[in-house]
Design a protein around this ligand. Structure first.
Ligand code: NDP
Length: 456
C-alpha cells in the first residue's frame, strides 16, 4: 500500500490534497498521546471541561464557511447541506458543554452506610467514522466523549479526512490540551483494525457499514471493549391513503436522495397504499424533476455526485438497463461521479434493490393493501434505523410507529436526527445511542462506592 494518500474531489475527480498515510505505528503513537493526556483531562474541573467544549464550538463556528467548503469539496455534498452539517457540529459541542456539570449519580439506601454512584470516563476512546457526513458524525462521538472526560483517537474515512484534520488544528488553537484529540488518517483495514485490538483503547465508537460493524464487534470481544455501532439502514417511508399525499410525495425525494442517497437514514423503501400509488408517483415525478444535481459549491444545488467511482458502480448495479425505472431525474455528464435520482416501480419486495442498502440515489416504491401488511413490509429487513409514517389519523400513526422495529420514526415528516434526541438502530442497524442525554451512558462507566458509617 502506498505511503501517500491522494484525497479526491468527487465532483471533478481532481486530487484535492496528498497526505501521508498512517499505519500501525502512528496509531500506537496516537494512543500513547491520548493515554498520556488522560489524567489531566479527566481531572479537570467539570466547569473547565465545559468551557473547553464551548471554546471549540465558538472556534468551529468562526470557521464555519471554510469548513463547509472543505466538506462540500471533499465529500461532494451541496454547500448548503455542508453549512448545515458544520452548524450541527457547533450545536453538538454546545449541547454537550452542558454535560460535565450534569453527570449525576445516585444515592442508594443500604444497611451500614451510604452507597452512591459516580460516572467515570472510560479512558482512551477510538472513534471510527465514515465518509458520508464526515465531521458531523465525528462530532456526535467527540463531544460526549470529551465531555465525560475521555481522550480520543479519531480515524476518519480515507476518502474524507480533511475536515477531521482541520478540526484537530482548530481544537488545539481553541486551547484543547495536546493529546486529548488525536486524528489518524489511514486505511480501516490497518489503522481501524489496530484500534480495535489495541489494549489501551477502552471503547470503539463506529459508524459505517453493517459488514465492518460485525468485524469490529468480533474484534472488540478479545479485550471486552465497549462498542457502539451505527450501521446501515433500509428504512420504510409508509404513506397511507388518508395522508396529505402531495406533501408526502414532495418530501419523499429529499428523504431518499439527500446526500445523494448516501445516508444511513435514507427512506429508501417507500410503501404506498395501493389506491394512491399512481397519484403519489405523479406528484413525486414533479419533485424529482426539480432536483438540481450539479456543482456542490453552487448554492442552488440540491444533490452532488457520489463519493467515488466504486460507489457509483455499486449503486448503478441496482438499476440495470432492464430495471423498472418509473422516474429518473437528471445528472451532469463529464468528470465527477454523477448518478441521477432514480425511482424503481413496480418491484418485488424481495428484489435486491428493495432489500439491500444501496447507499445511493435509488429508491423503490412498493404498494400495500392494509395497515398490517404495511407493518409487515416495514419490518421485513435486517435493519431498523429510521422511518416515516404519513397519515391524518393520529391514532393509526402512533399504532404503526409502535409496531415498526426501528430506532427513529417521524410522523408526517422525514427527519431523524436532532442534537437533543437519541439516535440509533434496532436489529442489525446497530448498538447503543448517539446524541441526546443517552449518548453519555456510552462514554462513562458507573462506579458504586459504599461508605461505612457504622450500624444504623
Ligand atoms: P465502511 O464501513 O467500510 O467504512 C467506515 C469506516 O470504517 C471508515 O473509516 C473505514 O476506513 C473504516 N473501516 C473499514 N474497514 C475497517 C475494519 N476492518 N476495521 C476497522 N475500521 C474499518 O464503509 P465504506 O465507507 O466502505 O462504505 C461501504 C458501504 O457501507 C456503503 O456502500 C454503505 O452501504 C455502507 N455505509 C454505511 C454508513 C452508515 O452511516 N450507515 C456510512 C458509510 C458506509 P477507510 O474507509 O478509511 O478504509
Amino acid at each position: 500500500m502506498s505511503q501517500t494518500l491522494s484525497v479526491i474531489e468527487p465532483a471533478t475527480e481532481a486530487v484535492l490534497e496528498e497526505l501521508p498515510r498512517a499505519g500501525v505505528e502512528e496509531v500506537d503513537a496516537a494512543v500513547a498521546r491520548a493515554k498520556a493526556a488522560l489524567p489531566a483531562w479527566r481531572s479537570l474541573s467539570p466547569g473547565d471541561r465545559a468551557a473547553a467544549l464551548r471554546r471549540i464550538a465558538d472556534a468551529v463556528e468562526a470557521q464555519l464557511e471554510d469548513l463547509a467548503t472543505l466538506e462540500a469539496r471533499n465529500a461532494g455534498k451541496p454547500i448548503t447541506d455542508a453549512q448545515g452539517e458544520i452548524g450541527m457540529v457547533v450545536d453538538t459541542f454546545r449541547y454537550y458543554a452542558g454535560a460535565p456539570e450534569r453527570l449525576l449519580g445516585d444515592t442508594i439506601p443500604v444497611a451500614g452506610g451510604m452507597a452512591f454512584t459516580v460516572r467515570e470516563p472510560l479512558g482512551v476512546v477510538g472513534l471510527i467514522v465514515p465518509w458520508n457526513f464526515p465531521l458531523t458524525i465525528a462530532a456526535w462521538k467527540l463531544a460526549p466523549a470529551l465531555a465525560a472526560g475521555n481522550t480520543v483517537v479519531l480515524k476518519p474515512a480515507e476518502l474524507t479526512p480533511l475536515s477531521a484534520l482541520a478540526f484537530e488544528r482548530i481544537a488545539l488553537e481553541a486551547g484543547l490540551p495536546e493529546g486529548v484529540v488525536n486524528v489518524v488518517v489511514g486505511p480501516g483495514s490497518v489503522c481501524g483494525t489496530r484500534m480495535v485490538e489495541h489494549p489501551d483503547i477502552a471503547k470503539i465508537a463506529f459508524t459505517g457499514s453493517t459488514e465492518v460493524g460485525r468485524t469490529i464487534a468480533a474484534g472488540a470481544a478479545q479485550t471486552i471493549k465497549r462498542v457502539t455501532l451505527e450501521l446501515g439502514g433500509k428504512s420504510a417511508n409508509v404513506v397511507f391513503a388518508d395522508a396529505d399525499i402531495e406533501a408526502a410525495a414532495a418530501a419523499a425525494p429529499g428523504a431518499a436522495f439527500g446526500n445523494a442517497g448516501q445516508d444511513c437514514c435514507a427512506r429508501s423503501r417507500i410503501l404506498v397504499e395501493r389506491p394512491i400509488v399512481d397519484r403519489f408517483l405523479a406528484a413525486m415525478d414533479d419533485a424529482v424533476q426539480q432536483i438540481r444535481v450539479g456543482d456542490p459549491l453552487d448554492a442552488s444545488t440540491a444533490m452532488g455526485p457520489l463519493i467515488s467511482a466504486g460507489q457509483r458502480e455499486q449503486v448503478a448495479a441496482y438499476a440495470p438497463d432492464d430495471a423498472p425505472i418509473a422516474i429518473r431525474g437528471k445528472a451532469p455528464d463529464g468528470p465527477g461521479y454523477w448518478y441521477p435520482p432514480t425511482v424503481l416501480c413496480p418491484i418485488d419486495a424481495d428484489a435486491p434493490a428493495a432489500v439491500e442498502e444501496i447507499f445511493g440515489p435509488i429508491v423503490v416504491v412498493i404498494p400495500f393493501d392494509s395497515e398490517a401488511r404495511a407493518i409487515e413490509l416495514a419490518n421485513d429487513t435486517i435493519y431498523g434505523l429510521s422511518g416515516s409514517v404519513w397519515t391524518r389519523d393520529g391514532a393509526k400513526a402512533l399504532r404503526v410507529c409502535r409496531a415498526i422495529e426501528t430506532g427513529n420514526l417521524s410522523i408526517n415528516s422525514n427527519t431523524s436526527v436532532r442534537v437533543a434526541t437519541p439516535f440509533g438502530g434496532f436489529k442489525q442497524s446497530g448498538v447503543g445511542r448517539e446524541l441526546g442525554p443517552h449518548a453519555l451512558d456510552h462514554y462513562t462507566e458507573i462506579k458504586t462506592i459504599f461508605y461505612a458509617t457504622g450500624a444504623q
